[in-house]
Design a protein around this ligand. Structure first.
Ligand SMILES: NCc1[nH]cc(CCC(=O)O)c1CC(=O)O
Length: 307
């Protein structure tokens, strides 16, 4: 039998996610480890460390080289953090397989205090995500947000060195790395809504590759797929103005879906929220509807300021 090649980035988180995917495929199909090979691929996003990704070219930076390998047949599937995936994929590729979502919340890591709200006036908080920066400023305009990139270990070192007094990261990523012990608090979904796709591992494949599609169908988690369809439709409908921080989170309960979305100015002073419920089967329409609603609430002037 040929080995199935699983492509992903070379970061510790990407490799952990590829290994989780392999374990689920082994379990679902009764296959040995040797039936799979994890292929690490370096992307432009991994190489650019000195500026925010939103300035360097955005999300596609983490996927381009991996998608080329998938289209060339050097790998058979690609494992991604769904959050890092652009809403429009290259022709011939699809993102239709999702593993059961991990906790989607953001986590706070404080050096001296446990909670973000307990930091003293004027404290420095590290983050390079536009969404987190804006949400931090909305909660506490007195804080100074400092640029913080790099992997978890680098960020923890920066806290030790006193560059900032706290930072915010996705809880899901920390859990997958076995680092949940560094977390001092979890941010509530209501005040600090996560990015669309946060916490969900997505598996990209070639359109029409029947054997692979069948193999992946066995590990696909339907409710996560529905939540992601809603969140990604919301994001896609608002993406035109890519400097606007966007949050969106859908939860599924039986046949029902609840969605909460938010757009916020980078300085945190103006934000617009939307909440919608409906049938899980209409996930994408709910996301699109939510985007229309929030766009109408915000007015066109909202997007003009920093687009
Ligand atoms: N942009 C980096 C990125 N992409 C996915 C995760 C975490 C895992 C996830 O959300 O599934 C992270 C790190 C972070 O935001 O802290």
């Amino acid at each position: 039998m040929q080995t199935l090649k699983i492509g992903t980035r070379g970061s510790p988180l990407a490799l952990a996610q590829a290994h989780e995917t392999r374990a689920r495929l082994m379990q679902a199909h009764g296959l040995p480890e040797q039936a799979f090979e994890v292929v690490p691929i370096s992307t432009s996003g991994d190489r650019i460390q000195d500026r925010p990704l939103s300035e360097a070219g955005g999300k596609g930076l983490f996927t381009k080289e991996i998608e080329e390998a998938l289209l060339d047949g050097r790998i058979d599937i690609a494992v991604h953090s769904s959050k890092d995936m652009p809403t429009v994929l290259p022709d011939g590729l699809e993102l239709i397989t999702f593993l059961p979502r991990e906790d989607a919340r953001d986590a706070f890591i404080g050096k001296r205090v446990k909670r973000l709200a307990d930091l003293p006036h004027g404290a420095r908080v590290g983050s390079s995500s536009l969404r987190r920066q804006a949400l931090i400023r909305r909660m506490r305009p007195d804080f100074e947000v400092v640029m913080f990139r790099g992997n978890v270990q680098t960020r923890l070192r920066k806290l030790d060195e006193g560059v900032a007094e706290g930072t915010i990261l996705a809880y899901a990523g920390l859990k997958r790395l076995g680092l949940e012990h560094v977390v001092t608090d979890l941010m509530p979904l209501e005040d600090f809504p996560p990015a669309p796709g946060q916490g969900a591992i997505g598996i990209e494949s070639r359109v029409g590759d029947r054997d692979i599609e069948k193999m992946l169908a066995a590990i696909h988690h339907v409710p996560t797929g529905q939540a992601l369809a809603c969140e990604r439709a919301f994001l896609a409908a608002l993406d035109g103005s890519c400097r606007t921080p966007i949050a969106g989170h859908a939860t599924i309960s039986g046949e029902k879906l609840s969605f909460a979305g938010l757009i916020i100015s980078p300085d945190g002073t103006e934000s617009h929220e939307v909440r919608l419920e409906g049938e899980a089967a209409d996930a994408a329409e709910i996301g699109l509807d939510a985007a229309r609603t929030v766009r109408a609430r915000a007015g066109t002037k909202f997007f003009d300021g920093w687009a």
